[in-house]
Design a binder for this molecule. Structure first.
Ligand code: BGC
Length: 759
């Protein structure tokens, strides 16, 4: 072999190794590691095995019931090797201290794994997940998760309890804010992007952290949108809608899963053999571990499913829950359950093997302190580069819902502008809920963003108008809304009356969404609608800037104002991103990941519904409402731009798709406006007749394109049998022969259509 050839083959080899490592996940077993795990398990006592399956909360009680165990008892248990993991232990120094207790005193010195809820950033705050999902920008989302991982890892923590991939179709549910919205496919690709960002290509990298797909499963389907509530779904809906993103997460090599508080069809998910053993660990051949949700094992007593802790432990471990979060059950029950023959020790061995595998993958056996480095911590948390990245994704997440007569963008040549509303100068709410180590009141407010943008020549008339919440606001306490105090209205009306244009910043307090934040009223909370009415009476030239973590009922404001901008909770640099969009420095490109209803009575509301036997509103006896349309006010996938896009009809590469073939579907998209813009071109499929009824349309692909004014681009999608797959009456994922529709367009309601068949 000559030198050039030898060099080339080396390069090919290097590339192949790189590819192999890029695909390495918890499911790719390394024989050497597996042998090491075997030998550790051989050395372990029953109590030490139990210990690996116990996770304790750190120094404080974040959620759920207060800990029954005092700090000193916890410390003794750590030293005795009776704890395998901790959550909410933070900082390089704090994690080192906890780890030292295990490494110095325990017999086998198995390092702890530290977990924490890093949901949309560690200290640099990114948009809340629902908001970030509105960007449909997988690269930016992955980058956001990467940065969160860097800050988390630099702070000593190995593992985030994210992403939440619960398909959520009910705006009443407060945790809709934490996920990718109502669509299974969008949740899948966004979940995978987040997993890739957290875990990187190699879990043992000092800046990679283990991710956790949660909450397995059905948590987003609680009846009536009530948190923790009962879920009743059949297998078809469970597999096709709820489980699809979890399957994608498992295939992407997510290191861990978290189960969920809810029951499904009479069985708490925590004890579900079907979900955890049959689907996850058998059908999907998953090799990582499952952590329970906070106290979800002991809560099976409240469910009326276990009569005491002993039985709860038995049901959970048999069901496949490998680790007990805030482990009050496993620590008491596992050893006696094995000793009295109720459970086989092999179940513990399997759970411990999975937990040790993740610890090995993280490199903790090589260096248990590798994440606990104060210098790295000082250099990598809350940096200017991270804040700029958060501002970038914040801009991309903003959705323009309405823009009558081109009310937006605003001109910087304005003489005066009123900035009004309880959220206008709020530096805290943009940080969202589940905000990890965000510094309270550290976000750039909308008012500051506008001030930064405008010169001294423009008169800015700010008035709060009213408070949204009263008293102390915090994660761990219910929020009190201001329902009566309107004393600030007069100032707001005066500011509006003397200004050319009004920017009103309304919506939700950060703590109105998140865990246990379900609401039955999703109109503008408190006295905000009255404030809008009062301002509207003196100046109708209003741009409504919304800050919220769930779809709101915007029917009334939509009748009043010419322009609406959905900005979610955008994170650390929210105000700058919003000002960029308000004044046209960024052309909005976000699309809704969730339907916005006309009224709360439509919930749960989702575009990918079934047709029913009575779909047509031409009939009297049809499946609808007498007093409302069944369609959303702003549908899934919807979002305007400062330019306009025109779609051609669909051109299909063929009219038939074969089992080993593919088929192209193309449209030409033209920018028919005056400014450059970004469009998300969406592809939906309908399977017309199948062994299980299928939705009237389902998102299956999308592409983002940038177009200059007048420019056209052809967007081509490749449809393969996999695109059409679903969980069929045969209880497998397959594609059934038959007739299909393909739809392409700018949102789920505005679509071109073509037909093809699969043979
Ligand atoms: C939540 C989980 C979270 C856990 C730990 C629970 O209440 O449901 O999503 O990861 O607390 O904080």
């Amino acid at each position: 072999m000559n030198t050039t050839k030898a060099l080339l083959s080396l390069m090919v080899l290097a590339f192949a190794t790189q590819l192999a490592s890029a695909q390495k996940g918890v499911n790719d077993l390394d024989p050497v590691t597996e042998r090491k795990i075997d030998s550790i398990i051989n050395l372990m006592t029953l109590k030490e095995k139990m210990g690996q399956m116990v996770q304790y909360n750190g120094s404080f009680d974040l959620t759920g019931a207060p800990s029954e165990i005092d700090g000193n008892t916890k410390l003794q248990k750590l030293r005795a090797g009776e704890v395998g993991s901790m959550l909410n232990v933070l900082t390089a120094a704090g994690t080192r201290e906890a780890q030292e207790n295990v490494m110095k005193y325990s017999r086998l010195k198995i390092p702890l794994i530290f977990g924490y809820d890093v949901i949309h950033g560690y200290k640099t705050m990114f948009p809340v997940p629902l908001g970030e999902s509105a960007s449909w920008d997988l690269e930016a989302i992955e980058n956001g998760a990467r940065i969160a991982a860097v800050e988390t890892a630099a702070s000593g923590v190995h593992w985030t309890f994210a992403p939440m991939v619960d398909v959520s179709r009910d705006a009443r549910w407060g945790r809709i804010m934490e996920g990718g919205g109502e669509d299974p496919y969008l949740n899948s690709v966004i979940g995978v992007a987040r997993i890739k960002g957290f875990q990187g290509t190699d879990l043992s990298d000092v800046f990679s952290i283990a991710a956790c797909a949660k909450h397995f499963a059905g948590y987003g389907y609680g009846e009536g949108g009530r948190d923790y509530n009962t879920v009743n779904v059949g297998i078809s809906e469970l597999q096709n809608s709820i489980l699809m993103p979890f399957k994608a997460a498992a295939e992407a090599g997510v290191a861990t899963f978290m189960n969920s508080f809810n029951e499904i069809d009479g069985t708490p998910a925590t004890a579900s053999v079907y979900l955890q053993r049959e689907v996850l660990k058998k059908d999907w051949d998953y090799k990582g571990f499952v952590v329970s949700d906070w106290g979800s094992i002991v809560e099976m007593i409240n469910h009326g499913y276990a009569k005491d802790k002993m039985q709860a432990g038995e049901l959970a471990v048999k069901g496949g829950s490998d680790m007990d979060m805030e482990g009050l059950v496993y620590e008491e029950s596992l050893v006696p359950l094995v000793e009295n023959g109720s459970i086989d020790e092999a179940l513990l061995d399997d759970a411990v093997r999975r937990i040790l595998r993740v610890k090995f993958n993280l490199g903790l056996f090589e260096d248990p302190y590798k994440y606990s480095d104060e210098t790295r911590e000082a250099q990598n948390v809350y940096t200017e580069a991270h804040l700029e990245a958060s501002e970038d994704i914040a801009r991309k997440s903003i959705v323009l819902l309405k823009n009558e007569n081109n009310a937006l963008p605003l001109k910087t040549s304005l003489k005066s502008i009123a900035v009004i509303g309880p959220l206008a100068a709020d530096k805290d709410s943009p940080l969202g809920n589940w905000r990890a180590q965000a510094v309270p009141n550290s976000a750039v407010s909308v008012l500051e963003g506008i001030q930064n943008k405008l010169g001294a020549a423009v008169e800015i008339n700010y008035a709060k108008g009213a408070d949204l919440a009263i008293g102390e606001r915090a994660f761990i306490q219910p929020l009190k809304l201001n329902q009566t105090d309107t004393t600030g209205f007069a100032d707001a009306v005066a500011a509006a009356a003397k200004s050319e244009v009004v920017v009103m910043v309304l919506g939700e307090d950060a703590y109105q969404t998140g865990e246990a934040r379900s609401y039955t009223d999703i109109t503008l909370a408190g006295v905000q609608q009255e404030l809008l009415d009062a301002v509207h009476a003196v100046n109708e030239n209003i741009v409504l800037v919304l800050m919220n973590g769930r779809p709101l009922d915007l029917s009334k404001p939509n009748e009043q104002v010419p322009a609406i901008l959905e900005t979610w909770f955008l994170g650390s640099r929210a105000g700058n991103a919003i000002a960029d969009v308000l004044f046209g420095d960024y052309n909005p490109s976000g699309k809704l990941p969730v339907s916005f209803p006309r009224n709360v009575g439509q919930e749960p509301l989702y575009y990918n519904r079934k047709n029913t036997g009575r779909p047509s509103s031409d009939l009297i006896f049809y499946s609808g409402y007498e007093d409302s349309s069944i369609e959303a006010l702003f549908p899934f996938g919807f979002g305007l731009s400062y330019t306009t896009f025109e779609y051609s009809d669909i051109s299909l590469g063929a009219e038939t798709l074969n089992a080993d073939g593919s088929l192209t579907a193309s449209v030409s998209v033209t920018n028919t406006g005056d400014v450059a813009g970004k469009e998300t071109v969406q592809l939906y499929i309908r399977d017309l007749f199948a062994s299980k009824t299928r939705p009237i349309k389902e998102l299956r692909d999308f592409k983002q394109i940038e177009l200059e004014p007048g420019e056209s681009k052809t967007v081509t999608f490749v449809i393969t049998p996999k695109t059409l797959e679903f969980y069929s009456a045969n209880n497998i994922w397959e594609t059934e022969p038959g007739d299909f529709e393909v739809m392409i367009g700018t949102n789920s309601m505005d679509l071109k259509k073509a037909a093809f068949s699969y043979e």
